[in-house]
Design a protein around this ligand. Structure first.
Ligand code: SAH
Ligand code: AVI
Length: 320
């Protein structure tokens, strides 16, 4: 029916946020960069390739769970509007639309930092579902949730793909608490969480044989090079993905085997990465039913239902 995009990460503010994060993250030790900067056009395309890799079971598991359980979840939630955080491609929203029974979903509100992806997604969705209202928000779900339009009917907020696992515990708590306040009357939250499993399956999912995840990881340096006029040599960094049991997460790093020096011209910043030192680019936290329930409860959310194949789970929450 209609498409509208509110853009809250204009190139200027993206540049500013990246500049602040690079200054903070690459100045001292340990070095780190937030994973949201993976997703320029190249990074989003690499992520799409990751979702089809034999080792990356997460997307296939989530699709199968949606195919099996979306009807029941929607029957119970009866949403008139779907808000999707870190939406990326429209694949999962399509599955939800296909499972709609009874109350039709009239409006789709995706929020993502990748505006190009949102626009492509809206174009193809409207071709197939011309009756849909799409209100895209190009923004950071950690900073711009207050810019979401007010609810247009009962809400289902979807946070799929295990993206919640890319946040550390305090950030997850902040986000879930904020989402609780955005559910409105009778609203539901649908979260996709990846489950703790054997180390070899977890590490393979983040270190595939074809090297696509390694390229995805190095892409963050290309983004920094382009946006801040820096001269990192992405190829000189080795992709590392390791399970850390104590924190229940796979960590991705970019490791320097030899001393690397780079200049970030826009920041007048010289970065030195010593041999053996790494730049920590992403954490991918894994959950159990117990830890996921505790996380929801701490944010004032009750677990309404839990659907799993033993490797991955869809959790439905509601305000307690
Ligand atoms: N939901 C999709 C995509 C997951 S990839 C799926 O399940 O396959 C993660 C998505 O979240 C990307 O599209 C990326 O651009 C977006 N993203 C990552 N961090 C973000 C942030 N802080 N704010 C908004 N979007 C973010
Ligand atoms: C988007 N996010 C949930 C992915 C994950 O599994 O943590 C990103 C990713 N990183 C490496 N491979 C995929």
């Amino acid at each position: 029916m209609a498409y509208r995009a509110d853009v809250h990460v204009d190139p200027g503010s993206l540049h500013e946020a990246l500049a602040a994060d690079v200054r903070r993250g690459l100045h001292g030790r340990p070095k780190f960069l937030p994973p949201k900067y993976f997703y320029d056009d190249v990074g989003s395309a690499l992520f799409e390739r990751i979702t089809r890799l034999p080792e990356y079971y997460l997307t296939r598991a989530e699709h199968a769970l949606l195919d099996a359980h979306a009807r029941g979840i929607l029957r119970d939630a009866r949403p008139e509007e779907l808000v999707e955080l870190g939406a990326g491609s429209p694949a999962k929203f399509r599955r939800l639309l296909a499972a709609t029974n009874g109350t039709p979903i009239r409006r789709y509100v995706p929020i993502d930092v990748d505006g190009g992806m949102l626009e492509d997604s809206a174009r193809t969705l409207l071709r197939d579902h011309p009756q849909l209202d799409i209100h895209a928000v190009v923004g950071d779900f950690e900073r711009h949730l207050d810019r979401l339009p007010p609810p247009a009917g009962r809400r289902l907020v979807a946070f799929l793909g295990s993206t919640i696992g890319n946040l550390d515990a305090p950030a997850r708590h902040r986000l879930l608490s904020e989402l609780r306040g955005l559910l409105g009357d009778g609203g539901r939250l649908l979260v996709g969480v990846d489950l703790v499993k054997n180390l070899s399956a977890l590490e393979a999912a983040y270190d595939d044989a074809a090297g696509v995840t390694a390229e995805f990881n190095r892409n963050i340096l290309r983004v920094v090079n382009r946006e801040l006029h820096a001269d990192f040599r992405p190829a000189a960094f080795r992709h590392v993905a390791r399970w850390h049991d104590a924190d229940s997460r796979v960590e991705m790093h970019l490791a320097a085997d030899e001393r690397q020096t780079a200049t970030v011209n826009d920041l007048d910043l010289a970065v030195i990465v010593e041999p053996g030192e790494t730049i920590w680019t992403e954490s991918c936290h894994k959950f159990t039913r117990l830890s996921a329930t505790a996380m929801l409860n701490a944010a004032g959310l009750a677990l309404v239902s839990w659907h799993t194949d033993g490797t991955y789970a869809l959790a439905v929450g509601a305000a307690q």
